[in-house]
Design a protein around this ligand. Sequence first.
Ligand SMILES: *[C@@H]1O[C@H](CO)[C@@H](O)[C@H](O)[C@H]1NC(C)=O
Ligand SMILES: *[C@@H]1O[C@H](CO)[C@@H](O)[C@H](O)[C@H]1NC(C)=O
Length: 262
Amino acid sequence: MFASLLYAITLALVLTSGAASSGPGSHHASTLAKRAPAQVITSCTVQNTAALTFDDGPWVYLYDVSKTLLAAGAKGTFFFNGNNWGCIYDEDEAKRVKYAYDKGHQIASHTWLHSNLTLLTADQVHHQMWLVEEALIKIAGVMPAFMRPPYGAYNDIVRSVSGIRGQTIANWNFDSGDTWNITTAAEKQRYVDFVKTKPTSIIALNHDVHQQTAQVLLPFAIQTLQAAGYRLVTLAECLGKPAYQSVAAPKARDATWTCIGK
Ligand SMILES: *[C@@H]1O[C@H](CO)[C@@H](O)[C@H](O)[C@H]1NC(C)=O
Ligand SMILES: *[C@@H]1O[C@H](CO)[C@@H](O)[C@H](O)[C@H]1NC(C)=O
């Protein structure tokens, strides 16, 4: 109960400091309390767009992913964990987060650890979400408007907490299969087969933590989607919505930039 209240207050403070049009604190508290459960989206609203999304980073192949996307005139969306393949506050990891944002890709929350949120209490879900939001605010200056629950797994608690935090839950309508134990050739074929069904828009799940995805699958996916007439945009663009709840200057590194004890 105390932890939950603490997160709500912290969130209210973050939103108040980030949004110029915010009302007084008491107004905020009641706005938060009344927020509806988060919307869950699995497809875009803008026709002929495809959002290539990348989960589980930041990790070393982010640069390959970014360069390949930009060379094709495309933008991607990264759902970052706080402490999964690496600690987001490590120098190299924080640099990757900032790089992705500065290059115009969308950055979003994949929560702190890669936990199955449906096994957690509301307080624990708040904790998993806040820690990565805090990291993105510190490192890139942005409070994300989108979160993707690990494994795409959500329940009423996850929807309620996400709604309170102002997040839209963003799943997908196409899984490249790059975390399944299948060959890269089979993953490529999945792109080909899905495009053949002529979806009006695509949200494609990929993982930038895999070298094969970054260096082999992605160039093929881009070519396949663009040849079929899809515009490769961020998730926010394919929905016509803002990517962030607030945008400010990044913070300077200090002693709080650590994963220890979180
Ligand atoms: C997550 O937990 C739910 C139970 O709430 C279970 O049904 C589901 O299989 C779990 N998902 C994964 C990937 O472990
Ligand atoms: C992945 O597939 C290979 C070849 O089919 C198999 O030998 C291996 O045991 C599989 N690994 C896992 C983790 O399923």
